[in-house]
Design a binder for this molecule. Sequence first.
Ligand SMILES: Cc1cc2nc3c(=O)[nH]c(=O)nc-3n(C[C@H](O)[C@H](O)[C@H](O)COP(=O)(O)OP(=O)(O)OC[C@H]3O[C@@H](n4cnc5c(N)ncnc54)[C@H](O)[C@@H]3O)c2cc1C
Length: 292
Amino acid sequence: MTTEKVTKVVIVGGGTAGWMAAASLARLIGQHLDISLIESDEIGTVGVGEATIPTMMTLHQLLKINEQEFLTAVQGTFKLGISFENWKNIGESYIHSFGLTGQDCWAGGFQHFWLKGKERGISEDFGHYSAELMAAKAGKFAVLPNNGLSYAYHMDASLYAKFLRKIAEAAGAQRVEGKIVKVNTDNNSGNIESVVLDSGRVIAGDLFIDCSGFRGLLINETLQTSFDDWSQWLPCDSAIAVQTASVSEPIPYTRSIAREAGWQWRIPLQSRVGNGLVFRESLGLRRKYGCC
Ligand SMILES: Cc1cc2nc3c(=O)[nH]c(=O)nc-3n(C[C@H](O)[C@H](O)[C@H](O)COP(=O)(O)OP(=O)(O)OC[C@H]3O[C@@H](n4cnc5c(N)ncnc54)[C@H](O)[C@@H]3O)c2cc1C
């Protein structure tokens, strides 16, 4: 552990993770830092990542992002939860909504009142007391005063990275175009000291943040702190993503539909729907459907 002051921050990668890190650091403590973000147009970004969770609102409040400007920039829509369809039995579904169900009071949690109501035959289903669930089921949404609803967004992840880039650069972060071909580490500590671009340019830093995507250029390939293998619990290891034009008003939730091999997502944006199928490569689905 070092106690040296951090002044030069190097962010590796310009996808959503990289620009979120750059925008946050630059806008909140940028005056104390020299922030560079390195990305390579040749490598590009993964581009998926359209459905979010409510903590995104916390980040936006912190960064003072205007919701209307954000939604316009990213073709965004509102998300009240996720509809899980066919997971237990074909034809059955339930919506996992955000927010709280019912109202606690000083005398006890809502569930006690609900159970007592059940005994007396006056309670509705538990979900009936969630505003988010009832709105999602009705296909409705409204921005209520005092954060009356808990919600998240559907968005175009590539547009979101561009939106954040503007914020980060306006607050002083600098984008560097180039492909990192080498990472230099200190012989004694093993800490990363600098990265070398294909142009030969060397960029040194006090703090490196790895946002290079699945590869994990710094944390995985250089520092060998690789991902934990969870494949025994999560058998699906591949995905195909396809976009289609919107043919109706966007629904205010994400759909997750169990299929014969894996599961499908459907994410409504303003002008398109993001679709994808998550599956296990070894089942040979790509060959079966002749894709990729
Ligand atoms: C099928 C699928 C569906 C997903 N759906 C969702 C979802 O609905 N919601 C959600 O929140 N997340 C989702 N995710 C996860 C989400 O997409 C990713 O976590 C996120 O987009 C990754 O962004 P990133 O910025 O970490 O990486 P990337 O977008 O991969 O960006 C990597 C960056 O690193 C740069 N880079 C890499 N190597 C080098 C190098 N050598 N030199 C220079 N630059 C380099 C690239 O140029 C790029 O800018 C999904 C992921 C997948 C695969």
